[in-house]
Design a protein around this ligand. Structure first.
Ligand code: HEM
Length: 409
């Protein structure tokens, strides 16, 4: 039986996934909450599942944690009507509206602003690390930067970010890991927050992407419910993930000083550092749940019945030794082949198929801009805690260190 809230599993789920991978393309796993799910862990099979329309993204009616017919359940149902929870043709329409806003041109234009926000945050952290004080890099850097960036994209006021962090963290955590009622309350608060934000954008549209989406309504774009859900998805997808990428990449560099020194000597290495961090420490451990619309045979023992819950485990696919030699090693060079060598397979950290991450370019840009800023401003940074003691976020969806205490050498 697998308990996703078990701290030891949260910190290092890889040996477990490696065992599952040897058991077949899809393995039925009993979960601590009494349910069962089919885990897909091999690179090829994960990609096959994510590109196969027999695996639906639409959650079954009544899915989710709040009690049926409660205000929390109603709030959750509204916020959950987003593109990640939909299949074609709904998905195609919702995705088209959003991806135009995340065009390479619009994303790349954010670079100077990201640089500025990162420099400001890191300057504050640098002041605090004077005199040997310990600073938590998650709190000081990895969390606030993506929130500020996505907040700008969406036009979310800065003063609201702490509340949003609290609520999104709760709705993304296993309910049994939190005090009773905490998850329900968070759904209700998020619903109220985004309802108000939409009203505000109607009254006073800004330059942000979200204002543009609100104003598309009159031209047959998104209805009110879809807007609400879109706001929630962009916020949720936009910062929890990037926060974990920044935190995990920082941790990997602090524990691999040779790789850090090489990247600091040669700035062209940062892109490969980011790709390898995405592979090695996939910020989304698994995609969102899929459900089989019919029986699917993945070969071998992988005969999945109709109506089954399926988890495509990205973290496991990204450590598949058939595609990534020495998969547990952090080796950015695999994404920087020497002349004549071959580049490693593309990792699956941003998913695959129709739901491939809309924000991949933005996430890569944030990391490639912010990590050099961090390590240039604080060259002698050291971990202030044994890396084996650092707690990880519980659950199967999002993975990353909950804190990252550092001090200057
Ligand atoms: C390191 C950071 C990130 C990672 C690892 C990541 C990963 C992913 C993955 C794996 C999926 C597919 C999920 C599935 O198939 O169930 C996804 C979807 C999505 N991501 Fe990201 N993401 C990141 C950052 C972002 C950012 C910055 C945004 C933008 C604001 C974003 C917006 C989205 C959206 C809207 C979807 C849904 C796409 C769809 O359903 O078609 N993500 N992301």
């Amino acid at each position: 039986m697998l308990d996703p809230a078990d701290p030891a599993f949260a910190r290092d789920p890889y040996p477990y996934y490696a065992r599952l991978r040897t058991q077949g393309p899809a393995v039925r796993v009993a979960l601590a909450n009494g349910t069962h799910a089919w885990f897909v862990t091999g690179y090829e099979h994960v990609r096959a599942v994510l590109a196969d329309s027999r695996f639906s993204n639409v959650p079954p009616p009544g899915a989710g944690r709040p009690r049926p017919d409660s205000p929390a359940q109603r709030a959750r149902a509204c916020l959950a009507r987003h593109m990640l929870n939909s299949d074609a043709p709904d998905h195609t329409r919702l995705r088209r509206l959003t991806s135009a806003a995340f065009s390479p041109r619009r994303v790349d234009a954010l670079r100077p602003r990201i640089e500025q926000l990162a420099s400001e945050l890191i300057a504050k952290a640098a002041t605090r690390t004077q005199n040997g004080a310990v600073v938590d890099l998650v709190d000081a850097f990895a969390f606030p930067l993506p929130v500020l960036v996505i907040g700008e994209v969406l036009g979310v006021p800065e003063a609201d970010r702490d509340d949003l962090r609290k609520w999104t963290y709760r709705v993304g955590s296993p309910a049994d890991a939190l005090p009773a009622g905490a998850v329900d309350e968070a759904w209700i608060r998020l619903h109220a927050y985004f309802t108000e934000l939409i009203a505000d954008k109607r009254r006073r549209p800004g330059e942000d992407l979200f204002s543009a989406l609100v104003h598309d309504v009159t031209e047959g774009g998104l209805d009110d419910g879809e807007l609400l859900a879109m706001a929630f998805l962009l916020l949720f997808a936009g910062y929890e993930t990037t926060m974990n990428l920044l935190a995990s990449a920082s941790l990997l560099l602090l524990t691999h000083p040779g790789e850090l020194a090489a990247a600091r000597r040669d700035a062209t290495r940062w892109t490969a550092v980011v790709e390898e961090a995405l592979r090695h420490a996939s910020p989304l451990e698994a995609t969102t749940w899929r459900r089989t619309t019919q029986e699917v045979n993945l070969g071998g023992s992988g005969l999945i019945p109709a109506g089954a819950s399926v988890l495509a485990v990205l973290a496991a696919a990204n450590r598949d030794p058939a595609h990534f030699p020495d998969p547990d090693a952090f080796r950015p060079d695999r994404y920087r082949p020497a002349a004549g060598g071959t580049r490693a397979a593309p990792h699956a950290a941003f998913g695959h198929g129709p739901h491939f991450c809309v924000g991949a370019r933005l996430a890569r840009l944030e990391a490639a801009v912010a990590l050099p800023v961090l390590f240039d401003a604080l060259p002698g940074l050291q971990l202030a805690e044994d890396p084996g003691e650092i707690p990880y976020r519980p659950g199967l969806l999002v993975r990353g260190p909950r804190r990252l205490p550092v001090r200057r050498a």
